[in-house]
Design a protein around this ligand. Structure first.
Ligand SMILES: Cc1cc2nc3c(=O)[nH]c(=O)nc-3n(C[C@H](O)[C@H](O)[C@H](O)COP(=O)(O)OP(=O)(O)OC[C@H]3O[C@@H](n4cnc5c(N)ncnc54)[C@H](O)[C@@H]3O)c2cc1C
Length: 156
């Protein structure tokens, strides 16, 4: 099971105090409207309110303490069950590969087989989605190409 903090890095108690404050200041407004003010998208708020067992037309003044606590739990640590991991067809990056300590990082040349150069996915390097893997492929590709050229010049 994983827990997703939709409200960001906010402690559960802090969230509950914020909800109490919002409700006290806006007793006639809908709970979903109040929670939307925290910056969480409205459709997600509607789902979380439903999961907390709060009717969609519930106003702040009618929010029971137990529901408020449940909502605070969901906003700061919604429990989600992982049913399955994605398989190879949805994989984005390969873990494992040529050990980095066996490669000269300046030229990407193998320390074991001179004249052999590595770049990108074939290396034991991986990062989160967000461009790190592409950057690693581009940077190591550039270094490997320069390394090859240097080696060719030396051997001429
Ligand atoms: C769906 C998906 C989403 C991704 N999203 C991101 C992302 O958001 N950010 C990020 O940083 N990275 C992302 N990646 C990872 C990133 O694309 C790779 O890390 C990067 O492209 C690796 O570059 P590469 O040149 O080492 O390998 P590749 O891009 O895999 O290139 C290898 C090339 O070699 C060719 N080839 C294979 N075998 C042979 C052969 N025997 N002879 C000749 N050619 C051959 C292949 O056809 C391919 O063109 C994603 C990957 C996937 C699959």
């Amino acid at each position: 099971m994983i827990r997703l903090a939709f409200a960001g890095p906010v402690q559960r108690e802090t969230m509950e105090r914020a909800l109490i404050d919002l409700v006290q200041k806006n007793p006639t407004r809908l709970v979903k409207t109040l929670v939307s003010h925290t910056g969480i998208p409205e459709r997600l708020v509607e789902s979380l309110i439903h999961l907390a067992g709060i009717p969609p037309d519930c106003t702040g003044a009618h929010l029971p303490a137990a529901s408020r606590k449940k909502l605070s739990d969901l906003l700061t640590g919604c429990p989600l069950t992982v049913k399955a991991l994605g398989n190879f067809s949805v994989a984005m990056v390969t873990r494992g590969g040529v050990a980095l300590k066996e490669v000269d990082p300046k030229t990407m040349e193998s320390r074991i087989v001179p004249g052999l150069f590595f770049a990108g996915e074939v290396l034991d390097i991986d990062g989160d989605t967000g461009g790190y893997n592409l950057q690693a492929a581009f940077s190591t590709g550039y270094s490997a190409a320069r390394g090859c050229m240097e080696r060719l010049k030396e051997n001429r």
